[in-house]
Design a protein around this ligand. Sequence first.
Ligand SMILES: C[S@@+](CC[C@H](N)C(=O)[O-])C[C@H]1O[C@@H](n2cnc3c(N)ncnc32)[C@H](O)[C@@H]1O
Length: 237
Amino acid sequence: MGEHGQKRLIRKLDLERFLSTIKPHPSPRASLEQYTTSEAVAATMLHLAAYTYSDIVGKRVLDLGCGTGRLSLGAAFLGAESVVGVDIDKTAIKTATENTAKASLDTGVDWVVGDIDAVTGSFDTVLQNPPFGVQKRAADRRFLAKALEVGNVVYSLHNHPYTDTRTLSRLKASGGGLLQDAPSPFIQRFAEEHDGRVEAVFTLPLVIPRMFDFHTKARQEIVIDLYVIRRISHLTA
Ligand SMILES: C[S@@+](CC[C@H](N)C(=O)[O-])C[C@H]1O[C@@H](n2cnc3c(N)ncnc32)[C@H](O)[C@@H]1O
């Protein structure tokens, strides 16, 4: 057991504190939608996966489009058996490697520079905050298809169909800033066509700081959905 005691239940606040030490991309590119997952969203995603669904501790985890490693390192911090992070961008992986060295965790992370299309193998759990497809249409669909090909369960962030002040206020009033929602018919159908069953959808706010020239505000709050999708053939195996 390491200095962080990964096998013990870790409080969400401690996880969030750990995630806040992970450096974001030094020169993010809009074309790759290189937004860092906020520590609040990453902590919610990882905590749910670990302690509501038992999908992190002792599991083989893959992070598709890992960026500088927030989700991968969070999974390692919580006690995953092994973690692989894949990103197409060399600088993101270089920063992820530096973040790993600072974190001193028991679970090592294998960092891979490459396109997600090249990923093969078999994983218990796939985590991903894919490009939402703002720059390249349907970019998130490619990620979902790959995740369901190699993973038994997928935790995937997607754009909520709309962001409005009423939904944002409802989320704030909900305390934890998390509501359950119905899946979008499109993602549900896509999942089913790829051997997946949507187990839950959680709606939550994501704050995006100003990163690119086309951002007009210092910070923008949007609504996103966290999908939990299980592979049907694994459920029935
Ligand atoms: C929204 S960012 C998420 C970053 C990271 N997961 C995080 O939580 O901070 C999407 C990431 O996907 C990567 N990406 C985009 N297209 C990719 C592809 N075809 N193969 C691998 N990575 C890709 C980008 O470089 C970027 O780091």
